[in-house]
Design a protein around this ligand. Structure first.
Ligand SMILES: [Zn+2]
Length: 337
């Protein structure tokens, strides 16, 4: 195919503790060849870089077979990434990753311009570009991912607000409990993440678990219903029980919603933000959970901040959000053709 009629595309990566996702992203946002592979993070940094290099080197051929010309590589990674595209700090989910100059490694491996950023920052960019905020014309919003931990990103006028070093968005580590707070992986205690992440929800379910597990299935209408006891703690089963009317499951969901709301309320008071995009594993619970959290936010915020209302939008790009967002970080730097 003639070079001149080939469309430009960017290789996007989303690197987490368990999976590396990738895809070839056109300037329109269309994704080709989306797939994922195990991170095998225990094998360490050299292994990870090798995987990225191999994919980076075979991608131009894959792109060409689609009639696309690869013009860059974008990567979102778990951990803190500085403005130079270096991983300043990553937890033990990615052993040895701290200190990796990811942008430079990818540029050397592919000979193409590269962009490296935090994975939640990438997801937020993806949502800002093609997600619900984009379709609503929202230029300012806060992205929060409720997963194993809590990630965050502030989008201001369509751009990531990175702060001095690029690390803004560590909302999960705002302290919500000073006295006797649960200790957090960050070294502090009482962090929001320890009360509102999926792991925190598992802990909450275990704490509220009645001595008779069948109790969770009893509904207000049918207090004698003790069929099919639910093995706990499993958040998905908790939500299933709550949706089918279990009073106990609903009470736990409401308690969790209230804990999530505390952190969001702090963000409303700090940033005067009106729109949140909620991602992460818990976003799969959709409106059932989001409207409970929104109700709690409404109840807890100072009335002057209510404005036209505080809206919680579910993240809409799903598992491709990070790949699309990482690619869009590159598109922002490349000249339009
Ligand atoms: Zn913490």
């Amino acid at each position: 195919m003639e070079d001149s009629i080939m469309q430009d595309a960017v290789l996007g990566f989303d690197l987490g503790g368990t999976r590396i996702k990738m895809g070839i992203v056109e300037r329109s946002g269309r994704v080709h060849g989306f797939r994922s592979t195990s991170t095998d993070s225990a094998k360490g940094r050299a292994h990870l870089l090798n995987v990225l290099r191999q994919i980076g080197q075979s991608a131009p051929g894959e792109a060409a077979s689609l009639g696309l010309r690869l013009v860059g590589v974008g990567i979102g990674t778990a951990g803190f990434v500085d403005a130079q595209g270096r991983v300043a700090y990553a937890t033990e989910n990615l052993p040895g990753w701290t200190g990796t100059n990811l942008k430079k490694e990818l540029e050397e491996a592919t000979g193409l311009p590269a962009a490296a950023l935090n994975d939640v920052h990438a997801m937020a960019l993806g949502e800002a570009w093609l997600g619900l905020p984009a379709s609503r014309g929202l230029r300012d919003f806060v992205c929060v991912t409720l997963g194993t931990g809590i990630g965050g990103c502030l989008i201001q006028n369509g751009q990531i607000f990175g702060g001095r070093d690029g690390y803004a968005g560590g909302f999960g580590h705002q302290i919500v409990m000073q006295e006797g707070g649960i200790s957090c992986g960050c070294g502090s205690s009482g962090c929001w993440e320890s009360y509102a992440s999926v792991n925190a929800l598992k802990r909450l379910i275990a704490e509220r678990l009645p001595s008779d597990p069948a109790e969770i299935n009893r509904t207000a209408d049918d207090p004698q219903n003790v069929s099919s006891p639910i093995p706990l703690p499993d958040p998905r089963q908790l939500f299933e029980a709550a949706r089918s009317g279990s009073s106990l499951a609903l009470a736990i969901v409401d308690e969790y919603a209230s804990r999530v709301a505390v952190g969001l309320v702090n963000l409303v008071h700090t940033l005067n933000v009106g729109d949140f995009v909620i991602g992460g594993a818990i976003a799969a619970q959709g409106d059932f959970l989001l409207r409970r959290i929104a109700g709690e936010v409404e109840r807890q915020i100072m009335p002057v901040y209510r404005g036209e209302g505080i809206t919680l939008h579910p993240a809409t790009l799903g598992e491709q959000a990070g790949v699309i967002g990482a690619a869009s970080a590159l598109w922002r730097d490349l000249p339009m053709k």
